[in-house]
Design a binder for this molecule. Structure first.
Ligand SMILES: N[C@@H](CCC(=O)N[C@@H](CS)C(=O)NCC(=O)O)C(=O)O
Length: 228
């Protein structure tokens, strides 16, 4: 039995952030499905894992964690010498680490709020038979475009968002970008040359969740009440 357990739902971007990290590290794990449509995340026993009632939660032996980005950092450090290195080239270099941290904060607080709302409006609402609110899409695309302009300038200078090597900063973006590429918002990436090269070459060819892509599509088709 795997000592690592992820409590979450395979369609949600936060759960996928953790699954992707485990894949990059070639680690065995068990995904314990938390059925959001039945409200399992808002009651016990899940609330004992995350009192805020959001997926994912995580267990490695006696250690219990929640917050996807804290979990990915734990995995990246704990298994630093295994699979893809997800930390700065010199993980003991505080300046390099701080640069990666800035990227992770920007993803969480600038990129993800707009990107997740766009995925919900255009992809998940569509699947659930709800109507996309185009005013929300326009508003969130304007916000996302500003973030991508910052990324574009950076990616003209560096291969990845935190420098010349792939790190957690880049990985944290992948789940929602994979969703957005199936929506008209894809244009925000394709019309920015360096960003599109980064997404289409660096992120999605080398580091996407190949192993569970089909599972994801299956889940999306059959489960019609799970928010991203
Ligand atoms: N900051 C949290 C966010 C978790 C989160 O928003 N999870 C969503 C799925 S992506 C969720 O549980 N949504 C259901 C809800 O909030 O009721 C993390 O990164 O783990």
């Amino acid at each position: 039995m795997a000592s690592i357990k992820v409590f979450g739902h395979a369609t949600t971007t936060s759960t996928r952030r953790v699954l992707l990290t485990l894949h990059e590290k070639n680690l065995d794990y068990e995904l314990v499905n938390v059925e959001l449509k039945d409200g399992e995340h808002k009651k016990e026993p899940f609330l004992s894992r995350n009192p805020f009632g959001q997926v994912p939660a995580f267990e490695d032996g006696d250690l219990k964690l929640f917050e996807s980005r804290a979990i990915t950092q734990y995995i990246a450090h704990r298994h630093e010498d295994q699979g893809t290195n997800l930390l700065p080239a010199d993980s003991k270099n505080i300046a390099q680490y701080a640069t990666m941290s800035i990227g992770m904060e920007v993803e969480a607080h600038q990129f993800d709020p707009a990107a997740s709302k766009l995925a919900w409006e255009q992809l998940f609402k569509h699947i659930y038979g709800l109507t996309t609110d185009q005013a929300v899409v326009a508003e969130q695309e304007a916000k996302l475009a500003k973030v991508l302009d910052v990324y574009e300038a950076r990616l003209k200078e560096f291969k990845y968002l935190a420098g010349e090597t792939f790190t957690l900063t880049d990985l944290h973006h992948i789940p929602v970008i994979q969703y957005l590429l199936g929506t008209p918002t894809k244009k925000l990436f394709t019309e920015r040359e360096a960003s599109w090269s980064f997404v289409s070459n660096g992120l999605l060819t080398d580091h996407c969740l190949q192993g569970t892509k089909e599972d994801l599509e299956t889940h999306l088709m059959k489960d019609s009440s799970t928010k991203p």
